[in-house]
Unconditional design. Structure first.
Length: 465
């Protein structure tokens, strides 16, 4: 006589049992480390949400390939029950081998005699705020919205594939998530397609990942899993779709291959609304065109070679620096004005030092040499040409100090990125493709003082060239 049992009631000694389960996690078939065994692991749970690992071997994997669909309901009878092997995932007290002698029955959604199991709710996820507190190496689960996804990349030695994504929770806290190897080629590619091509925001349940949010050998990623908690998150996505679309654009801007982990609440002001932004502490963004003004500029200031003190004089010489209280040489520091224009107004901001030198492709010494030693106009027509007809997202801040010709509170340009017009359709960026895009399209120029922080891994890995 068959008896309906729950997972915890079934032991290696139980005979003639049947258990109603639904798969809640599934690995792709893989080989054992010594390549001798081909197997697949599936985690199923019963009506009490007790869980057990089901393992398929060899030919049984193909025989069961239309069974064990995630969140579908099945009746399993008399699988082989054994103690978990040392290399197994330890999910329940035992593990089940489903082979050709096991009886399996699929329960369709609208079955009247046998009701399917309800959507699962048992999760051991942690919240985003607790991610940083996880001890390294400890595995945990995360339920998150994928706000952006980059193409497949390779480590410097080309041995490993990975993909970067930005995940987010309801608190709008974005975090980097690194997807490695097989998961990058499969789930990662699907996430890229959904986010970049369809502008859909998939929910992922990333299981058994580790701090710094990265997958490892035993991780899985479920896309839009049918959990009760995911339904709530889907509601939040629908209410915040516009913010997510803007976030995808904003976090994509730096280059084709890497993502930019920016905060969600960077407010974009119109140029005419900049006047309302009076704090010198905050940075803010406008979107507009950048050009060099027509009036004459020297493109440099002279300042102390050792500190930040600048002077009004334009001729290099030794001075007594009022900061250092020591004799110092004046050296040129790149410094000039740009105009920022959107459909509401035009305003002026200063650009200085490294950022300015990069815009002009010239060092401050070269600028001094042309404009003051040779007494010529700085050739800037080609700079205006480069900037023309492009839309930039520009990070500004009100200056907290005076300069020789500006009061405190004037605008300083901290960084700018060209706004991409459309997403990349490619799944992965070929080397030549990546180069082309880096040269022609979105180039981030940023001042060392800008507030943007880049994450250190795996971007620290040299990119393939
Ligand atoms: Zn000084």
């Amino acid at each position: 006589m068959e008896q309906r049992l729950s997972i915890s009631e079934i032991t290696p000694l139980t005979t003639e049992w049947t258990c109603k389960v639904q798969p809640v996690d599934k690995f792709r078939p893989r080989d054992s480390r010594d390549q001798r065994v081909h197997f697949q692991t599936i985690i199923v749970q019963d009506v009490n949400e007790e869980q057990v690992c089901v393992i398929l071997y060899g030919d049984d994997i193909r025989r069961c390939d239309n069974l064990f669909e995630l969140f579908e309901t099945y009746l399993i009878s008399t699988a082989k029950v054994r103690n978990p092997q040392p290399y197994s995932l330890h999910v329940g007290q035992f593990e089940w081998i489903v082979d050709r002698f096991t009886i399996m029955e699929s329960i369709p959604k609208n079955n009247e005699k046998e009701t399917p199991l309800p959507p699962p709710s048992r999760l051991s996820t942690i919240s985003f705020v607790d991610v940083a507190q996880q001890p390294s190496g400890v595995e945990f689960d995360l339920l998150a919205v994928v706000a952006n996804c980059g193409p497949t990349q390779y480590t410097a030695d080309q041995s490993k594939r990975f993909q970067e994504a930005i995940v987010m929770d309801k608190m709008k806290k974005p975090l980097f998530f690194t997807i490695w190897e097989d998961l990058a080629s499969n789930e990662g590619a699907e996430l890229l397609r959904q986010v970049r091509q369809l502008q859909e925001y998939p929910i992922i349940l990333a299981k058994r990942i580790v701090t710094r949010l990265a997958t490892r050998y035993n991780s899985t990623i479920l896309i839009n899993p049918l959990y009760v908690q995911a339904t709530e998150l889907r509601k939040w996505i629908n209410e915040n779709k516009q913010m997510l679309i803007e976030y995808t654009v904003k976090s994509s801007t730096e280059s084709a291959s890497s993502l930019n982990l920016v905060a969600v609440d960077d407010e974009i002001l119109t140029v005419s609304a900049i006047a309302t932004q009076t704090s010198t502490a905050a940075t803010f963004y406008v979107e507009g065109e950048i050009s060099l003004p027509e009036h004459f500029q020297r493109f440099y200031l002279l300042g102390c070679s050792e500190c930040n003190h600048v002077v009004r004089s334009k001729i290099k010489r030794e001075i007594q620096c009022i900061n250092c209280r020591l004799p110092r040489m004046l050296i040129p520091k790149c410094h000039f004005e740009v105009e920022i224009t959107d459909e509401t107004d035009t305003t002026t901001a200063t650009v200085s030092e490294g950022l300015g030198e990069r815009i002009l492709s010239m060092t401050a010494e070269q600028i001094y040499d042309i404009t003051t030693v040779k007494n010529e106009l700085l050739p800037v027509a080609h700079i205006n040409q480069l900037l023309a007809d492009k839309l930039f997202r520009i990070q500004l801040q009100r200056s907290s100090s005076r300069t020789p010709d500006k009061n405190a509170g004037s605008l300083v340009l901290l960084s700018y990125t060209e706004k991409p017009t459309m997403f990349l359709p490619e799944e992965s960026t070929s080397v030549s493709g990546a180069k082309r895009i880096r040269e022609d399209e979105s180039i981030l120029v940023t001042d060392a003082k800008a507030t943007k922080k880049r994450k250190s891994e795996p971007s620290t890995l040299p990119k393939p060239q």
